[in-house]
Design a binder for this molecule. Structure first.
Ligand SMILES: [Zn+2]
Length: 324
């Protein structure tokens, strides 16, 4: 079975109800106010003790309110949110936490519109939080896929072209890598929105997503010919003899792509624009790779853990699309 936390700190010693909430009731009890959220962030950010960002002192700092700490050596005021995706936020931490809870516990996540209604915030605030969490999610995917991996392009529909010359839906090319399990089933996935199916788009993706030495199954497309040079064992699976890139994908990729399309059309009602597609792919990946987790609360904790180690995301990135 996939260990969804293989790439993170061990979850073995974590105590349910203390280190992470199991239910919404426990969530509410654990995070009643700003102080409680700040204390949790502090514990995750400085898990092995506070380190002053200014002078490096490790002495226990003085505590102020809402995650503000004062270094006893240099009097530097450190904030638990500074330098993270929560940097300079004006949104209450309780709202951030509530969002993380819903995103990780709802089986298919939720759209900014649904979040707006659920939290009673503005659409803009809901959207900005989701976008920032999506950046934190990608940083959670560190270890490369291994074993036997299927790689193919899929044409994902339902995405809007947000161009100046009017809108319309378009099919986007997404290259997908899926770990295959024996005798059947899938492990983890990775995906990237690419402009075309040229080798220059496909090979760098494989190098980043799949560990060298892995057996990579592709179709006969020449765009993958360079893989052996990068240390992969490439096996061609014949799916069509036409050589037409608009083929039917390999079975694993096909399955993941149809789940992805269903998610885009269902949860997000197709309201995704091409410049934001990669953010959604990262969210899909984060959730898919943790689908066998023993507790949704652990996924919540993982997202918050990532949130405090992920660099700030600018407002421009939130609006126009993150530069992956
Ligand atoms: Zn200091």
């Amino acid at each position: 079975m996939v260990d969804p936390f293989a790439d993170g700190p061990s979850t073995r010693d974590l105590v349910a109800g203390r280190d992470y909430p199991r239910t919404y009731r426990e969530f509410v009890k654990m995070f009643p106010d700003e102080e409680a959220c700040a204390a949790y962030l502090e514990q995750l950010r400085w898990s092995s003790g506070f380190i002053c960002p200014a002078c490096g002192t490790t002495a226990t700092p003085w505590q102020q309110t809402r995650g503000r700490l004062v270094c006893t050596a240099c009097r530097h005021q450190a904030s638990v949110t500074a330098g993270t995706i929560l940097d300079k936020t004006r949104t209450p931490l309780t709202t951030w936490f509530e969002t993380a809870w819903h995103v990780t516990t709802a089986k298919s996540g939720l759209s900014a519109k649904t979040l707006e209604r659920t939290l009673g915030t503005s659409y803009r605030v809901a959207w900005a939080m989701l976008q920032r969490y999506r950046v934190a999610m990608v940083c959670a995917e560190r270890t490369r896929l291994a074993g036997e991996v299927e790689v193919d392009e899929a044409y994902v529909g339902g995405v809007e072209h947000g161009g100046r010359r009017g809108r319309g839906t378009t099919k986007c090319i997404v290259v997908i890598a899926v770990e295959l399990k024996q005798p059947k089933g899938f492990g983890r996935v990775r995906m990237r929105h690419v402009p075309n199916v040229a080798a220059a788009s496909l090979v760098p993706f494989v190098c980043e997503a799949v560990a060298a030495g892995t057996r990579v199954l592709t179709d006969g497309w020449s765009g993958y010919n360079g893989l052996p040079k990068h240390g992969y064992q490439r096996d061609k699976i014949v799916v069509s003899s036409s050589g037409d890139p608009a083929h039917v994908s390999l079975p694993g990729v096909h399955r993941v792509a149809s789940l992805l399309t269903r998610w885009i059309l269902g949860t997000h009602q197709g309201a995704i624009t091409t410049n934001h597609l990669q953010s959604y792919l990262e969210e899909f990946t984060f959730r898919f790779n943790r689908r066998t987790s023993r507790s949704r609360g652990l996924i919540f904790r993982r997202l918050i853990e990532q949130a405090v180690v992920t660099e700030p995301v600018t407002d421009s990135d939130v609006t126009h699309g993150y530069n992956w």
